[in-house]
Design a protein around this ligand. Sequence first.
Ligand SMILES: Cc1cc2nc3c(=O)[nH]c(=O)nc-3n(C[C@H](O)[C@H](O)[C@H](O)COP(=O)(O)OP(=O)(O)OC[C@H]3O[C@@H](n4cnc5c(N)ncnc54)[C@H](O)[C@@H]3O)c2cc1C
Length: 425
Amino acid sequence: MTDMPQADAGPDRTPRPDTGRRRVVIVGGGFAGLACARELAGADVQVVLIDRRNHHLFQPLLYQVSTAALSPADIAVAIRRVLHKAGNVDVVLAEVTGVDRADARVRLKDGGHIPYDQLVLATGSVYHYFAHPEWRDHAPAPKSIAEARRIRARLLGAFERAESCPDPAERRALMTVVVVGGGPTGVEMAGTVAELARYTLRGDFRRIDPAEARILLVEAGPRLLAAFPPDLGDYARGRLKRMGVEVRLDQPVEAIDDGGVTLAGERIDAATVVWGAGIRAAPGADWVGGTADRTGRLPVTANLSLPGDPAIFALGDLALFEQDGKPLPALAQVAQQQGRHLGRALRRSDAPPPYRYRTRGDTAVIGRHAAVYTYGRFKLTGRLAWLLWSIAHVYLLIGFQRRTLVMLQWVWRYLTFERGARLID
Ligand SMILES: Cc1cc2nc3c(=O)[nH]c(=O)nc-3n(C[C@H](O)[C@H](O)[C@H](O)COP(=O)(O)OP(=O)(O)OC[C@H]3O[C@@H](n4cnc5c(N)ncnc54)[C@H](O)[C@@H]3O)c2cc1C
């Protein structure tokens, strides 16, 4: 707990400390925090948005950076740029380490603090390696640009090494990719790696045939896409099989090291292991002394404020918001809607009204022409679902220019199977 007054909180780091306006401090420039700040643009409040990164990242497409389909700059945009026309918004590049509730200020890692009248916590989530934090070194997860580039370098580097590897067993291991986790991220990743190997890299090597790569998707539970109706999970499994992906269900990973994985007692040598199995909320709950759930999420009331503290709000992946007796999922559309709702409400000084999530349906992509989409009882698979998935993702991208650019790249890649971002750095 960090809500005791801190005498040594360092200097006030607010860029413009004396505007005399009510100050809303937002921690996190992801889907929730940025949507909230954009709604507050031009309002009669001072907004200070703090993020430890200088960019807003479109995480749903990180797997495409990991598999060389898109460049990092295609899915990231400087937060300062997005908000450059909002004269009442200050952007601060800093990592928040705690909240002094008694003094109403957030503390920053490099010293100093920023006082607030109202505080919005939107720090998102992190990948969770369950009881094995050491697996992180061997199995990167597509959560940041640095991690996505690490995956891309491993994947492409392994094919390069295989090309000049004289030993057949070692060559086989170099051409083996294991994706852990049968949720949307794992399914997307396995499908795209299969396309990369079977089509994009084909013909570029002399000794190896990348199409012979072994790609495994490993899931501890009995089916893929557990959050979707069972027949959509079966569809995904069937499509992946047709794409040459070996799907292993009911096989929890027992060990991961630099040379591969162990599944149900079976050793699989693999140069590339990608993690997409579990997330937990980013730090935030402990800053305000809240009782988090088992995944670290902070329970919030119907209007997104903390129980007992109407000046502090939590949004997006960090928040545990229950609707109709069920917690909302950790999705970009939830985070963005919550951010918009709160931003609109905070333009006025009275308490925000209750929030209600309105889904636009859930999608997961498997590969070219193949996706699943569900909206209530309505279900769709195949080409049309893929189209809906594309539209939904492009719609969520911040900034018209970026939407157009990504759309054009997709169309080009769709027609040619070409990948423009095959650099190993
Ligand atoms: C690989 C992948 C695929 C996904 N696919 C989909 C999908 O297809 N559809 C979908 O709806 N959702 C998808 N999601 C989930 C979606 O990305 C999240 O639900 C969404 O990003 C949550 O938004 P948020 O604002 O809560 O957090 P984030 O978008 O994660 O933003 C959190 C921000 O807080 C900042 N921050 C964190 N800690 C601190 C700190 N201490 N100090 C300062 N700043 C801090 C971070 O730098 C970040 O900018 C996917 C996620 C991943 C990882």
